[in-house]
Every structure is written in C-alpha cells, then in structure tokens.
Design a protein around this ligand. Structure first.
Ligand SMILES: CC(C)(COP(=O)(O)OP(=O)(O)OC[C@H]1O[C@@H](n2cnc3c(N)ncnc32)[C@H](O)[C@@H]1OP(=O)(O)O)[C@@H](O)C(=O)NCCC(=O)NCCS
Length: 152
C-alpha cells in the first residue's frame, strides 16, 4: 500500500513544526475561535476590504507569528469551476515579506486539492495578484459589475 501524500494543509503544519522559532511565521488553516482576530486585521483596511460578511472560518488561512495573527486570506469555493481568493490582509508591520504571496499560494493549493478549475479575485491590487500568477482578464470572459448604490 502506498503512503498517502500529505495535503497542503498538513505540509504547511509539518514545515511549521520543524521551523518554529522566534519571529518565525507559520501559514496554516485558521482555527475555530480565530474569527475575531481576523476581523480586527481586516478592519485595519476599511477602504480596501469589506468585512460585513466574512467567509466561514474554515475557508481562511492565517499567518501566525509568536501567537499573533498577522495575515489572513480566504478561499471561497463556489463550485468545481470557480473559487474566489478574498479577505487578504497583512498587518502593516509585516508587509513586503512575502506573507501575502504565501497565503495566496496556500489558497491555490487548496483549490487544486479540491479540483477547482479557476481562481479569481476582485481587488484594488491587480499588480500583486499578477505577481501570484493571476492575469487581468481580457479574454473571452469579462467580469461585469452593476452598481446598486447609485454611484456611477
Ligand atoms: C496587498 C497586500 C496583501 C500585499 O501583502 P504583502 O505581504 O506586502 O505582499 P508580499 O510581500 O507577499 O508581496 C509579494 C510580491 O508582490 C509584490 N507586491 C506587493 N504588493 C503589491 C502591489 N500593491 N502591487 C504590485 N506588486 C505588489 C511584492 O513586491 C512582491 O514581489 P516580489 O516577489 O517580486 O518581491 C498588503 O499590502 C495588504 O494587506 N494591503 C491592504 C489590504 C489589501 O489591499 N488587500 C488586497 C485586496 S484583495
């Protein structure tokens, strides 16, 4: 019998268990009870991120450093065809260290495990997502929006 491949979540936990030390940042699935910390982090960016209806805690990954949550990102799976990377935030003190890229990669690997065919993100930071392998879509499908709040 062949040994089961670890899931990406297990692989992240294994890596973190090996390398845990002062200042070390672990990227892992969020745990029950961590939604308030995630909400506080997202609340630092009221202009960029809406937090009225956050994804379920099981959709989130977090970046944790010395017991504090300093980054978060969720993968909301809509169908086998499509999932959304959303609620991505890194604490201002820890930006520019590759943490957002690690969180998006965790989402990407979860999407692959769940056999989702395509990820998308609605973002004010397309340059960041392009660096993560996303393309601004100008092909045969285009995202279309309708404002319901009276704004042009
Ligand atoms: C955007 C944000 C998530 C980036 O987090 P971060 O941890 O600083 O990003 P990383 O360090 O992982 O960056 C990875 C790469 O993307 C690049 N990058 C980061 N932000 C970028 C941006 N706004 N535009 C273009 N490239 C960007 C980095 O230079 C880095 O490039 P490199 O690999 O060549 O060095 C963070 O600034 C943030 O929390 N912003 C406020 C909330 C927000 O806007 N969320 C996204 C909306 S969905």
């Amino acid at each position: 019998m062949t040994q089961r491949e670890p899931t990406s979540d297990q692989a992240d936990n294994d890596k973190s268990a090996r390398g845990h030390g002062k200042g070390h940042v672990v990227v892992r699935p969020a745990k029950a009870g961590e939604l308030p910390a995630i909400r506080r982090l997202i609340g630092l960016y009221p202009d960029e991120l809406v937090q009225d209806e956050l994804p379920r805690i099981s959709s989130f990954f977090v970046a944790e450093r010395e017991g504090s949550i300093i980054g978060c990102c969720a993968l909301q799976v809509y169908s086998r065809r499509l999932a959304e990377v959303r609620s991505l935030a890194i604490h201002p003190d820890f930006r520019g260290k590759g943490l957002a890229a690690r969180l998006v990669d965790a989402c990407r690997r979860r999407g692959i495990e769940r056999r989702v065919r395509q990820l998308f993100a609605v973002t004010s930071e397309p340059g960041f997502f392009e660096g993560c392998g996303f393309t601004v879509h100008t092909g045969w499908k285009t995202a279309v929006f309708a404002n319901l709040d009276g704004d042009p």
